[in-house]
Design a protein around this ligand. Structure first.
Ligand SMILES: Nc1ncnc2c1ncn2[C@@H]1O[C@H](COP(=O)(O)OP(=O)(O)OP(=O)(O)O)[C@@H](O)[C@H]1O
Length: 744
């Protein structure tokens, strides 16, 4: 990245010319706005609404273009790629930036000074292998050709700071890993460290990520990516890409995330990439909005109970509850309940014969009417039948009243019929009450028979029913009840009040279960999803999906599905990737690092808690001196995190550490960066310049503890310090000499 770059001055000149032209375009847009304003005025005077609409639209379109171009002037582009389409002679330079900059009249490509990173041609910049590249327009037209050069720029405040060339024709690299390590702009960006919010990556999107961002809209795209592979980042960039290219309505897009801290963490990225005001929700809130109930959630104890490992029977039951209520099998239970209700309802039907047999509606006819549209929600079917019977009865009376008014019916006849009708209507529907969601849900667990379809599975159904009834009787529900309740509300009342979406992004998808996805599927207009996750980080695996096949082959079996894997870890330096690869759950594919820092993680034994606190404080000082802006002190259990936080505060003051210490708890709604003490379960999705792992002795070698340790270690970008008391976890013992340096 040398300022002496041989073409530096030519590029500086190009930048100056581009900026001058951008200013010129802005001036032209302003004067066109004036012209449009006058024409709009005239059109309104002549009541020419079509012209008025066009001028008004052009005016507002110009205003937003002015806004975009002015924002881009300090750094109009970050890349250039020289491309020669097959069959043509000349290489053409395409400049790529955060927004498109084009002259007012576009005759050909040269009138586009800068292409938007989401434009089709930008793919040539992001994906060129061995001097060849191709891109697709409108999913139909393919263009292929040679790439002679890819150039990256750092431009700040209109000044060209540096240039990096990647002469792809000369650098046909055999291994992708080397290619990544060979991207100095990426390494530079990754070495900048963590911030308190997720950032955009438009200047350094990698080929494998670009492919995912540009996947077609109408499909379910499932992405399995190792820790730090950019899943969250890509999912959000994909939204921006879809908005730009598919012209979606931004109110019809939604991001589902695991918790509010994570939503806060990603909140600034969306506006940065022109995808602001997109709805973001955690699953619990979404379920509450669907059911239109303020559901009181019982405190989730499963994870802590399982980790404590003492009450084996209790753990088994909680696991069974989660598995059953999260499975598609449970839908059969809901349908069986509904079937039972329908049957019971049919018994209430009787032949109706009124007004001396002039109105007769047999039980059969009522039943047929009720069963006419089986997809209609139960309560709606009920209301439809009530409306039908009421209409038949009252219509007869009204006709009679009209006849009587004309003297064509005997006096008093209409009155007698009206009385008969009123009496009947009051009585007949007495026991036809609509089903209430929570009462119905309780009834399901009170009725053994509806569990018939799952009886031969291994569940202890009586215990599950008893447990659920106790929770419901305490006027609470558990997280596992949210999806069944949401689905049941669909079956009972329908979701006329629930918005449908054109694209749904689900992050940390490994934490959701099949039934939760079945609910999400019903929210989709077009089966368009981006689902990102990492099964190795499935710390709630007792309740969530255990394989992506559950989604691909079961929940979305009838949709077009695409599965992609990312193995490169962009977050953590090689030295840290080496450590978390050691504890990765068995059978998972190892992460591939893309940069290194030349400093191994450190490991220390603490003799007591007080000693551990001293060691945390001194390591904090080291990390802060190294320039770490965000440091995570990760503790296995939530309660222990709160306790450690309390003890660290006075020690930090004594040591003269002035940075505030934040405790990140389950109730927290925002993430503030700096120094944070937090449990592993809440660290998921976040990242820190440096991580101090508190007591690595606590992680046993079972699958759940492996996942927890994997999550904790993989939060670190550049610095990692592992403390343990007693015996170091078996998961790390073999790697002490190879992966760790002795503590400073
Ligand atoms: N192409 C890239 N250029 C620069 N930075 C990148 C790139 N891809 C990912 N990153 C960075 O890597 C880090 C990890 O990204 P992100 O949090 O999106 O990964 P993730 O796969 O969702 O992680 P996890 O599953 O571990 O929570 C972020 O700091 C992100 O900015």
């Amino acid at each position: 990245m040398s300022e002496q770059h041989q073409v530096f001055s030519a590029e500086q000149q190009h930048l100056t010319d581009t900026i001058a032209e951008m200013k010129q375009i802005v001036a032209e847009l302003h004067s066109d706005i004036d012209v449009r304003r006058q024409r709009l005025h005239k059109s309104l005077q002549h009541k020419d609404e079509v012209s008025a609409y066009v001028h008004n639209m052009m005016r507002s379109d110009h205003s937003s273009r002015i806004h975009e171009i002015e924002a881009a002037i300090p750094s109009p582009y970050f890349g250039r790629v020289d491309f020669r389409e097959d069959g043509t002679e000349e290489f053409v330079s395409f400049y790529i930036g955060r927004c498109k900059v084009a002259r007012l009249e576009i005759q050909n490509d040269s009138d586009i000074l800068v292409f938007d990173w989401r434009d089709p041609v930008a793919t040539v910049f992001y994906e060129c292998y061995g001097g060849r590249a191709s891109y697709e327009v409108l999913g139909r037209y393919q263009y292929s050709g040679d790439v002679s050069m890819k150039r990256q720029y750092k431009i700040e405040d209109c000044i060209l700071k540096s240039i990096v060339d990647n002469f792809v024709l000369d650098q046909i690299l055999a291994r992708r890993q080397e290619a990544l390590l060979g991207d100095p702009m990426l390494a530079d960006r990754l070495q900048q460290g963590a911030t308190d919010k997720l950032r955009d990556i438009v200047t350094s999107i990698q080929a494998e990520q670009n492919k995912i961002i540009r996947e077609p809209l109408n499909q379910v795209t499932v992405i399995q990516g190792v820790a730090g592979s950019g899943k969250s980042t890509i999912g959000l960039h994909r939204l921006s890409y879809l908005l730009y290219n598919e012209k979606l309505n931004r109110h019809k897009l939604i991001v589902i995330a695991p918790n509010r801290i994570f939503l806060d963490y990603i909140s600034e990225l969306l506006p940065e990439i022109d995808a602001g005001d997109i709805r973001q929700m955690v699953w619990d809130d979404l379920a509450a909005a669907i059911t239109r109930r303020e559901l009181k959630l019982a405190e989730a104890q499963q994870l802590e109970l399982i980790l404590a490992g003492k009450d084996k029977a209790g753990i088994g039951l909680l696991e069974d509850i989660s598995q059953l209520k999260g499975s598609l099998d449970f839908l059969q239970v809901l349908y069986a309940y509904l079937e039972q209700k329908v049957q019971k309802f049919c018994l209430k039907l009787s032949d109706i014969s009124l007004f001396d047999g002039q109105v007769a509606i047999t039980a059969r006819e009522q039943l047929d009417k009720f069963m006419e549209d089986r997809n209609m929600p139960y309560n709606e079917r009920l209301r439809t039948l009530i409306r039908y019977i009421t209409f038949r009865v009252t219509n007869h009376v009204e006709v009679l009243e009209a006849l009587q008014a004309k003297g064509k019916a005997a006096a008093g006849q209409a009155k007698r019929c009206r009385q008969e009708a009123d009496g009947f209507l009051k009585k007949y529907f007495k026991r036809w009450g609509a089903l209430d969601l929570l009462e119905a849900y309780r009834e399901i667990f009170a009725a053994k028979a509806v569990f018939k379809s799952v009886r031969d599975k291994r569940y202890d159904l009586d215990a599950i029913r008893r447990h659920t009834l106790a929770v419901l009787d305490a006027r609470q529900v558990e997280r596992e009840d949210l999806a069944p309740l949401a689905y049941l509300s669909y079956l009972l009342d329908g979701w006329a009040h629930v918005p449908r979406y054109e694209h749904i992004v689900v992050d940390e998808a490994q934490d959701l279960n099949a039934l939760e996805f079945a609910v999400l599927k019903k929210l989709s207009d077009n089966g368009s999803f981006t689902i990102m996750g990492d099964l190795s980080q499935g710390i709630h695996s007792y309740r969530s999906i255990s394989s992506w096949n559950v989604l691909l082959k079961e929940v979305f079996a009838d949709a077009r599905t695409v599965y992609r894997e990312i193995l490169h870890s962009y977050r953590s330096a090689r030295e840290i990737v080496d450590v978390f690869n050691c504890v990765m759950p068995q059978g998972s594919t190892r992460a591939i690092p893309v940069y290194e820092i030349g400093r191994k993680p450190t490991l220390e034994k603490m003799s007591s808690q007080a000693d551990g606190i001293c060691r945390v404080i001194s390591k904090l000082a080291v990390f802060l001196a190294q320039g770490a802006k965000s440091i995570g002190i990760i503790v296995k259990h939530e309660e222990a995190a709160a306790d450690l936080h309390e003890r660290l505060l006075p020690a930090a003051v004594e040591a003269g550490i002035v940075q505030p210490f934040h405790l990140v708890s389950g109730q927290a709604a925002s993430y503030r960066g700096g120094i944070s003490v937090l449990p592993v379960s809440l660290a998921k999705g976040l990242e820190f310049d440096s991580v101090i792992l508190w007591n690595a002795a606590e992680y046993t070698a079972d699958p759940l503890n492996r996942r927890l340790l994997y999550v904790a270690l993989s939060r670190a970008m550049h610095g990692l310090h592992v403390l343990y008391r007693g015996t170091l976890t078996l998961l790390l013992q073999r790697y002490v000499n190879t992966c760790f340096a002795t503590a400073d």
